[in-house]
Design a protein around this ligand. Sequence first.
Ligand code: EPU
Length: 337
Amino acid sequence: MRVEENKSLKNYNTFGIDCTARYFVSVESIEELKQALSEKNSKELFILGGGSNMLLTGDLDAFVIHINLKGIEILKETETEVFVKAMAGENWHAFVQYCIASDFGGLENLALIPGTVGAAPIQNIGAYGVELKDTFVSCNTVEVETLKEREFTKDECAFEYRNSIFKNEAKGKYIITSVTFRLTKKNHKTSVSYGDIQKVLNDKKIETPTIKDISEAVIAIRQSKLPDPKILGNSGSFFKNPVVDAETFQEFRRNFPEAPFYEVSPTEFKIPAGWLIEKAGFKGQRFGDAGVHKNQALVLVNYGKASGKQLWELAMEIQKKVKEMTGIFIEPEVNVF
Ligand code: EPU
């Protein structure tokens, strides 16, 4: 374990922003993690996973710990189910691929999401009708202040749409070291109700899809809409899809009867932020090296040398215009530093 100083984070964030960390250490075991935490002293702590859900708007005057814990383990299994534990530093998509190759069902709709296993519970990652919480059993953590290990059960995590205890009361207090999933070994409960998936399967004339078929459909959809961060810097959805009350929704519907929406409950309606941003005229727009993706307006992109500040200014401009034009307030989904 070696503490580096003034380390460039360009290769550690998927926006490809060229900022530095005052102190940087990559840890490969829980012991190293504890050692790093005890060496940070009074310096501000910054935990880095895959860097795929954050926007850096300046250098980090902090002690950055890069979570590089690896390993996948089967904890127990029955005839029909398996409990799999993956360490926090495992690449999310590689883990999903491992599950599909082993014919473990439950994560196939979450294929190709950038980032690490350890970051996945923080915002309860979700795509194509499935969320992390659907297969999540528990996660292990280290408490920053005491270095004590603590397990969080699913209930304790208080998962919601793109939200959990780790973005609220527990924020900054615990470091996730591993996550345990409960997956199926047979009679997989596949979820193909999301329109785009069904369409890809129909086009391929697949009637009873395997989990591999579903993951391949998801990969094809994502590749057609979402830019690959290795080619074009981005952080996935920059904004959350807003959930509004019935009154706000009725007003919005009167002005935009053509807008897609999803009824969360009789009093809550989710409106796709991508649609709102497109309506506000930003889709495919480019301002210097900061831009809005041409196939999915929810994704901001870095064409090369955009600074975090430029991307943030663009995000705020979008937020303002969307509110002015549609009356709906959209909030960032990525963490901004
Ligand atoms: N839409 C537009 N214009 C756009 C983008 C979308 O009109 O530029 C419309 C679409 O036509 C569709 C609706 O908005 O009617 C929903 O679009 P899509 O299916 O692409 O999904 P989304 O709601 O925009 C969410 C997640 C994505 C996830 C997809 C698929 C959030 C913030 N984003 O996007 O997650 O992949 O659903 O499940 O919930 C991420 O979090 O980084 C991410 C990519």
